[in-house]
Design a binder for this molecule. Sequence first.
Ligand SMILES: [Zn+2]
Length: 345
Amino acid sequence: MTHSATCYAYDPIEQQHNQIGHVENNRRTTRAMALLSERGLLDQMMQASIKPIAPEALQRIHSPEYISRIAAFAAAGGGMLDFETYMTPASYEAALMSAGAALAVTRAVVKGRARNGISIMRPPGHHALPAEAMGFCIFANAALAARFAQQEMGLARVLIIDWDVHHGNGSEAIFYDDPTVAFVSLHQSPLWPGTGAVGDIGVGPGKGFTMNIPMPPGAGDAGYLRAFDELIAPFARRFQPQLIIISSGYDAHWRDPLSQMSLSLQGYIELARRARLLAEALCDGRLVVLLEGGYDLGAVSYGVLDTALALMGRESKAEDPFGPAPSPETDVSDRIAEIKRLHRL
Ligand SMILES: [Zn+2]
């Protein structure tokens, strides 16, 4: 396999993690996969072979008691873990496979079998805590992939960039005191889960290695791209990651039912293109994209398609059937200046 290839990971077990009427349902991924297939992209990407995450890899982040509780909950038929996070009898297996997919893409990219890659699996992971499910998330896929890259692939420094519209509280909490995994979250504020303030920058040896970029409702393509160019890129250059992991939620799109952001697909295409170029400049192209949220079926499926094209360097073929946000964008200059000062960028 050529080093220039983009890989993807998918397993149909995720379809059995489903609840009719819930926004985080299996049509998100089946639509995205259908679109990738219709456009012929599945034949042009290398498919990473995936298996469920091994218990020892899972225990790098999650407590044995929590893992047993999740397994037992599924075995007992599933139900609601909290007021919004559901499990079916197959959800434990699906969550193990979703984490396994994140590791498989990471392995392919770090070993150089693929240049970069995308996991199109669910349940998502960025809200999951070491001993608690949260926000539709069961296991912390991005954090597990970062630890896997360090402990099994020998990398020292990993950067996680989270552009899901919700704050990536789980990833932040896991690495808050850790200077070896830097974490950046772009998110709408105010919005659930309410964490991710500008002043939350890490603690102890991890101080300065967390960067929160809360955006006001209505921020859109211009604001997000300024945040990428003026905050994320210099933060990444200073950190010098050996791998970049993206927690890619498509719920900042203006059509999303859970948020009030004004990103368009064009904005997501530009974010993905910039992430690819940043990885090429800093870490030999090593870039792993993991699906997180995104609850408008059109936005999430075209978002995945366009991200895959951007990873392949074919963003000129990307598609935006929905166009720009119908309302003008909120200006974010003051917010960007504030974060720049705080992080001395
Ligand atoms: Zn989200």
